[in-house]
Design a protein around this ligand. Structure first.
Ligand SMILES: [Zn+2]
Length: 286
């Protein structure tokens, strides 16, 4: 299987996501499934947000890429690199932790400098969201240093894994408190909403200009309610992908269908009124 939900899962945690072109088809063949999440650090350059991204995606002279499914930038941005098998774990003590069965996360870190708080927060939330998506216990979140064979072959990540798992367990992945459901949408859907609201804004500006700056409270209220109604319709008609019993998570697909249905109904109602007016005109205007 290819883990083509990895971008959606990261977004469900309210994280900023960058999808590397071609990630959905990148991998050394199929994954067998997901039984563990293996955490790494890149031990890369201290400069930049994700200087190891190219190496993780394309590999190095002695090992072909992809080398992990995700790269986690210093600012908490999640780069989605691959959906198939990745060479990240190497020899392990338990087959459940092998490349075939584990999602690999390479967090950008030197291995010596302190971790930015926002990166650790994103790391925990990403792991929590992966556990939720694949039905894993928090104990399935493991450090490379814990799974490697022989013991001691690896030292990453360089933080205490028990402390980190406690943080994963308490991590908040509900989008309502991490920027709202709009932040969980894809960049394209966010742009769609932004343009829509901007359009309403410019309409408001035109109304204001047309009245010579003497816009009434009533018209301002109407325009404001248009925006509120629009956002509510988005929230109410997007699916509950993180299964918290609340809609409004990730996709606008349902909302667009809902909007199309509404527009069809309005058009039908207008046609009906136009038809009746035409009949009235034919009768009385003759
Ligand atoms: Zn590692």
């Amino acid at each position: 299987m290819y883990l083509t939900s990895l971008a959606t899962i990261a977004r469900s945690a309210g994280l900023k996501v960058v999808e590397q072109p071609g990630w959905e088809k990148r991998g050394h063949g199929q994954m067998s499934g997901v039984k563990a999440v293996v955490c790494h650090h890149t031990a890369g350059s201290p400069a930049g947000n994700a200087p190891s991204l190219g190496v993780v995606q394309n590999g190095r002279s002695d090992l072909a890429g992809p080398l992990a499914h995700y790269v986690l930038g210093r600012d908490g941005t999640v780069y989605v690199v691959a959906a198939g098998l990745c060479w990240h774990a190497g020899a392990v003590l338990n087959n459940d932790w092998s490349n075939n069965w584990s999602v690999g996360i390479e967090a950008e870190a030197t291995g010596t400098a302190a971790w930015p708080e926002e990166q650790l927060d994103a790391y925990a939330r990403l792991c929590r969201a992966l556990c939720a998506a694949y039905g894993l216990p928090i104990s399935a979140v493991l450090g490379h240093k814990e799974v490697c064979a022989p013991k001691g072959r690896k030292s990453d990540p360089n933080f205490d894994m028990s402390t980190f798992r406690a943080r994963v367990a308490s991590a908040n992945t509900t989008t309502t408190t991490t920027g709202g459901f709009l932040m969980a949408l894809s960049d394209a859907d966010q742009k769609f909403i932004y343009d829509k609201v901007k359009d309403i804004d410019s309409t408001l500006g035109a109304v204001y200009a047309a009245t010579g700056g003497k816009q009434t409270f009533g018209s301002a209220f109407v325009e404001m309610m248009k925006r509120v109604d629009f956002l509510w319709s988005v929230a109410a008609n997007t699916p509950d992908l993180n299964h918290d019993g609340k809609q409004g998570d990730v996709s606008l697909v349902n909302w667009r269908q809902w909007q199309a249905d509404q527009e069809a109904k309005q058009t039908a109602a207008l046609d009906e009124i136009r038809g009746q007016l035409a009949a009235l005109t034919a009768k009385l205007g003759a």
